[in-house]
Design a protein around this ligand. Structure first.
Ligand SMILES: *[C@@H]1O[C@H](CO)[C@@H](O)[C@H](O)[C@H]1NC(C)=O
Ligand SMILES: *[C@@H]1O[C@H](CO)[C@@H](O)[C@H](O)[C@H]1NC(C)=O
Length: 129
């Protein structure tokens, strides 16, 4: 009788573990595969400078996806060599991607988008000369 109860208990815990691992396996698929949480493109060459450092912050808003565009504009001779955007602090699974300009150009426009009911906090560095 006691053995039977132990067996049942163990089966229940195994069942719980299975459910947990199933949920964890599914989670990465929820992130849109065409966008990235962080952006790191280009190469910083000797002589390049940090042209711009910016922080983009929005607190979470319930049931809302938040979005904004970040624009860096150089002058006629500016050449962007690298763009680095990293989530500052813990991840909120936000996304950031280039919508205009970029490497080897004078300007770049980045679009930032939060997950539903989350915010974002990005550190954005633009390198070049
Ligand atoms: C143009 O921008 C570069 C940085 O990309 C800077 O070093 C340079 O001084 C600027 N030139 C003028 C005329 O403002
Ligand atoms: C970069 O931005 C400046 C200022 O808005 C604009 O005059 C110029 O045409 C842009 N350059 C490119 C290559 O998009």
């Amino acid at each position: 009788m006691e053995n039977e109860q132990m067996g049942l208990l163990m089966m229940k815990s195994v069942y719980c573990l299975l459910i947990l691992s199933a949920v964890m396996a599914v989670q990465p698929a929820l992130v849109n595969p065409s966008t990235r949480a962080n952006l790191n493109i280009g190469v910083i060459y000797p002589g390049d400078r940090l042209l711009s450092r910016s922080y983009l912050y929005r607190p979470a808003v319930v049931n809302t996806v938040q979005s904004e565009d970040f624009i860096y504009r150089g002058n006629l001779t500016t050449r962007i060599s690298a763009i680095q955007a990293v989530e500052y602090g813990y991840t909120q699974f936000a996304n950031i991607w280039i919508i205009n300009g970029g490497i080897n150009q004078a300007n770049v426009t980045l679009r930032v988008q939060s997950q539903v009911s989350r915010g974002y906090y990005y550190l954005i560095d633009i390198w070049g000369r």
